[in-house]
Structures are given as C-alpha cells and as structure tokens.
Design a protein around this ligand. Structure first.
Ligand code: GTP
Ligand code: MG
Length: 322
C-alpha cells in the first residue's frame, strides 16, 4: 500500500529540522521500508555537521537521568540536541528520580530538543542500521549534538557505539561488579569515562576501581592526542554535568585539530557499510530460505558439499537477487 505522504516529500521538512517529519521518517526507517531509500540517499549527502556521542553503560547506571541533565546543560548555549535511546530496558527512566519528569515536561516542549527511543523489535533488518539512519535524519535536520544511549551489550549495540565520534562509558556504584560486567570491548573504546551517582557514599570505591583498571592498560590507545578523562557526576545533585559537556566538546575539538576526525569518519563509514552488507545478506538469506538455501542445506547434510563451498555458492546466488 503506497504511503499517503511519500518519504521524498518528507525530505524538505526533515532538512528544515521539523520534528514531526523526522519522527515520521524514523518510523519508516525502523520498519525497514524500501520506499524511504531515495529519501535517505538525499539526506545522507546533507549530513556530517553533527557531533555524534555514544553513551553506554550497564542497565540502571543512570544514563537516561544523566542525559536529561546534559540536554538541559547543552540548551543553555542554544544548541539543538537530540537523544536516541536504543531499546532502553526501563523506557524513559521508569522510576527515576528526575528522568521522567524532565523528559515529559520541560524537554518535550522545547523545539530544540528531540528525544526518541528505538525498539529492537521494531527495527527490521538491523537495529544498528536503523539507529545510524535516525542519526542521519537528525544530523541533516540541523541537530548539533546527537546523543545515543545504549546498554552496551551485544554486537548490534557495540556497532552502534562504534559509529559515534565520541564514546562515553558510564559506571555506577551499587551495581555489583559493574565495571567487570560491562563488555571489555566497550571499555577499550571509551573516550570519556564517567562514574555516575557520585552522591552515593560507595561512589569513591567505583572511582578508585575504575582508575586503577585504566592504569592497568585499558586506556592505552596508541598515539592519541587525547587523554581519557575519568569524571564524577551526580544527576541527583546536578554535579559534574557542565564538566562532562565540556569534556565532550573538548574531545570533538581535539579530533578536529589533530586530524583524527578523518580517521573516525572512516571507521564509521566502514562499520556502517559492513554492518549493512551483513544485514542485506542476512535478509536475502531469510527470504530465499525455501529455495536455494534449503537445497544447499540438504547437500551439506548429505556430505555432497562442505559448509564452506555451500556458503560460497549461496553468496553467489544471493548476489543475483535484485
Ligand atoms: N543516587 C542517585 N541515583 C541516581 C542518579 N542518577 C540516576 N539514579 C537512579 O538510578 C536508577 C537508574 O537510572 P536511569 O537513568 O534510568 O538509568 P539507565 O542507565 O538509563 O537505565 P537503563 O536505561 O535501564 O539501562 C534510577 O532509579 C535513578 O533514580 C544519581 O545521580 N544519584
Ligand atoms: Mg535509560
């Protein structure tokens, strides 16, 4: 069924930063509608201005609450700012001290703020792809700072975080061995470390643990001009928020000044391209399951083909698909 408004009709309002058009196109992107491809192509050409920041940390580490504060802080300088929460385990800070209230009231009335969650189940053909495309829409729509919140588990989420210019990893006291339980792969790619909930008495222990872990080598990342900071914040007391925003801004400037931004842009292009190729192949695999795939399965089961030869044949067959 053709959409009443074509995605191409939404390009102009998206580029003008109209939140309703952006929200509408994000929904189509999430649903994996092929109809929005030409619109996304036009939009992608207009991206590249935004600073994309991935914020990750275990469930309940205080990400949403902190991002609310960060949005308020960034709005003091009139920047347009967006938050994309990827499959939050507690949507919009259920039970949070400040989160719900701020998001629902203060922030939703501000046209310079866009907040949206992406659902894992809603995203056909890949959560990472849909999230990156949602970021494109906001970037092209003139949002200066785009924050992506993820729990940081699973390959999809790591790929989402890897497509940010600046990666912030949140640790929090009171979650057991949270520093150990967060994926080592994420700790290693942090540009900024945050220990949240520093109003709690056990926060010092978490800070100490994190710092000693970093001196043990987690933070060593080659020739970088950037020194990875460890910041303490408290959303409850509204402390350390300005420092965090300043560190995020400083990281962007360092990337630009040192020329490292170019390298990051290549990493992002690579991550997105490979991830998308993987998704396309996967989708085609699923679609052809009754035909080519099942006949190959039979031949592998009967030992006529080995899995590697079958896979090569499968890829060749998938290539001929439109
Ligand atoms: N003491 C204290 N509690 C906080 C602070 N920030 C958040 N919390 C509490 O920590 C819990 C989790 O906060 P969220 O902001 O929802 O955490 P999250 O990391 O977004 O959680 P998920 O989205 O479920 O992964 C809530 O009960 C908050 O009230 C803080 O600065 N101090
Ligand atoms: Mg959250």
């Amino acid at each position: 069924m053709p959409a009443a408004v074509s995605s191409l009709d939404l390009v102009e309002p998206v580029l003008a930063g109209k939140p309703r058009a952006i929200a509408r196109l994000i929904s189509r992107v999430e649903a994996g509608e092929a109809e929005c491809r030409p619109a996304l192509e036009q939009i992608y050409r207009r991206t590249g201005g935004a600073h994309v920041v991935g914020v990750t940390g275990v469930a309940g580490s205080g990400k949403s609450t902190l991002l609310d504060q960060l949005v308020l802080e960034a709005r003091k300088s009139e920047r347009k700012i967006a938050v994309i929460a990827v499959d939050p385990s507690s949507p919009f800070s259920g039970g949070s001290i400040l989160g719900d209230r701020i998001r629902m009231n203060e922030l939703s009335l501000d046209p310079g703020v866009f907040i949206r969650s992406m659902a894992t189940r809603g995203a056909m053909g890949g959560l990472a792809r849909a999230t990156h495309e949602a970021v494109d829409l906001l970037d092209a729509g003139g949002f200066d700072l785009i924050l992506i919140e993820t729990v940081g588990v699973g390959q999809d989420e790591i790929d989402i975080v890897r497509a940010a210019h600046t990666i912030v990893v949140i640790s929090a006291p009171g979650l057991g061995d949270d520093i150990q339980t967060i994926k080592a792969g994420v700790m290693e790619i942090a540009d900024i470390h945050v220990v949240s909930k520093c109003d709690r008495p056990d926060a010092n222990k978490t800070l100490k643990e994190l710092k000693s872990m970093l001196t043990l080598g987690f933070a060593l990342r080659g020739e970088s001009a950037w020194q990875i900071p460890v910041l303490a914040t408290s959303s409850a007391k509204r402390e350390g928020i300005g420092e965090l925003l300043a560190a995020i801004d400083r990281h962007r400037r360092t990337l630009d000044d040192s020329g490292e931004m170019e390298g990051r842009r290549r990493v992002i292009a690579r991550t997105r391209m490979l991830k998308t190729a993987e998704n396309i192949l996967h989708d085609r695999f699923e679609k052809q399951h009754d035909g080519k795939v099942s006949s190959l399965i039979e031949r592998v089961v009967t030992r006529e083909l080995n899995p590697h030869t079958a896979a090569t044949e499968l890829i060749a067959a998938l290539k001929s698909e439109p």
